[in-house]
Design a protein around this ligand. Structure first.
Ligand code: UDP
Length: 259
């Protein structure tokens, strides 16, 4: 699998079709495929928080969800192909699952959202089997049972949409239960599939300004987004450090470069 190292994290550097192929390949082989989809904000958390960094390293496939991750890679001269939005990856998985008869479990978001997302996904991808839905609000005592229900549901693919770092922690904590499944941490994607949150119009996506659209729709995200410039500052600092350390090797070893 083609990856590049960004702040010590092996991001997948191929395209969307390749990422889907990697996931289905692992499913065919009966392995777990934990997919995390960090955006700029999550990547910054990984840089600043060792536990979050260690959690991200437990993924079998790390996709650069946001343009901020791609920009940070550019600062570090790390060759990422481009962004691979989690919500697009999820749609591509659902499409292929419908063709191959693989069942899907939808876990996360407010009560009723997963069920609505299931209906919409099934009308977009006829033949798609959804073998379970569960909202994302639960007590610590309920967690084990939820993981067991998912494990026994017959699902080959699980969308875990609890926000970060809850979704990554859930997937990592129940690795054994999810053996032989594709488990993807997808933030607010169920809201998008359900239609309770609108995806940015195509123009915003084309201009790499999906983040701006989300901010305009949900101004409460401002505090979270204000952390993003810190990622670019960290990338510039890392670049200076690598330059000092490795001269011409800058951007190809250490915190950046091919994994
Ligand atoms: N959520 C959940 N359980 C929680 C906290 C959050 O299911 O305990 C859901 C929330 O309802 C939303 C998603 O997790 O659907 C997080 O969405 P957000 O927009 O924060 O994620 P992003 O897409 O920015 O990663």
């Amino acid at each position: 699998m083609e990856t590049v190292s960004l702040f010590g994290l092996p991001f997948y550097s191929g395209n969307m079709a390749g990422a889907v192929e990697v996931a289905f390949g692992r499913l065919r082989d009966g392995c777990r495929c934990a997919v995390f989809t960090p955006n700029a904000e999550i990547l910054r958390n990984c840089i600043e928080d060792e536990a979050m960094h260690a959690l991200a390293l437990q993924a079998d496939l790390l996709l650069p969800d946001g343009i901020g991750v791609v920009k940070a890679a550019q600062i570090l001269d790390v060759p990422l192909t481009g962004r691979l939005p989690g919500v697009d990856f999820a749609a591509a998985l659902a499409k292929r699952a419908a063709c191959e008869g693989v069942s899907l479990y939808l876990f996360g978001a407010a009560p009723g959202v997963a069920e609505r997302a299931a209906e919409n996904l099934q009308s977009t991808y006829p033949g798609l089997r959804v073998c379970g839905c569960r909202n994302g609000y639960f007590s610590p005592q309920e967690e084990e049972q939820i993981a067991l229900d998912i494990a026994q549901s017959g699902a080959g693919i699980v969308f875990v949409c609890l926000g970060s770092p809850k979704q990554e922690a859930f997937i990592a904590a129940h690795g054994q239960a999810f053996e032989g499944k594709i488990c993807v941490g997808l933030g607010g994607s169920l809201d998008v599939f359900a239609g309770t949150v609108r995806r940015a119009p195509a123009l915003f996506i084309r201009l790499h300004a999906e983040w701006l659209y989300r901010l305009l729709c949900q101004p409460t995200r401002l505090k979270r987004m204000l952390r993003i410039p810190g990622l670019f500052a960290a990338a510039r600092k890392e670049k200076r450090r690598l330059k000092k350390e490795g001269g011409e090797n800058c951007g190809k070893t250490g915190g950046a470069g091919r994994a």
